[in-house]
Unconditional design. Sequence first.
Length: 291
Amino acid sequence: LGGGTGFVGRALTQLLRIRGHEVTHISRQGGKDHVSWEELSRSGLPSCDAVVNLAGENVLNPFRRWDDAFCREIISSRVETTKTLAKAITEADQPPRAWILITGVGYYRPSPTEEYTEDSAGGDFDFFSCLVSSWEAAAVIHGSPTRGAVVRSGVVLGRDGGAISRMLWPFRLGLGGPLGSGLQPFPWIHVRDLSGIVCHVLESEGLQGIFNGVSPSSPSTSNGSFAQELGAALGRPALLTVPAWAVRAVFGAERASMLLEGQRVVPKRTLESGYHFIFPDLSAALKDIVA
């Protein structure tokens, strides 16, 4: 599991172990139940049934300036780690049965009205969409017996990290509210459901291809309605709009577009695959997180 020590990685590791799987993390340092990226490149893939890559530098880190160096780091942390794992799978004496990559719904073009399924076009219009295309292309292993799948995740909500961790204090103080117009779509998923989808795809031998990792009610959620629901879950008002210029000042124009624009993404193939969402509705998801 690449990126297993991060927010989603911790939740997925816990779920996999509860379900009886052994998990080895690929990280900067080796150790118990860990293998380093350097060791992986040097010695190859340890014997395993499946490989999952969650690795990736946090794009919305407000303490990092959006410059060429950070862009290269964003690309390398995703594309190069995926290439490393794909190469290790290719060269393994006994290839794993499954290979799953978690990318993002930034693949799809932002639109206030268009709805996107796993079959929709995208991946070719800005830095982030092109990043997802390169990222997913790096995972392709032609002629491999290993079953491949990609989960395109929305904004991941959970108690111990992710987007909510930076929002809670302003909202608890009654200082929360929508970003920009608040009308932009807000594709979201609870961390337990993202972990659940990955586990479901891992354990279902017939599943491969693209799966959208968003809640079924995500297409009807706007940034404004998300702010209202989070305020309600906390028993606080959510009336203070953060102007678009302030978001751009903190994150830069390119990153700010991720927050000020959005996509209506439908988990069509995910639902058809038989996955049952734990938190299909936003209010229940937020109540679980802030309880």
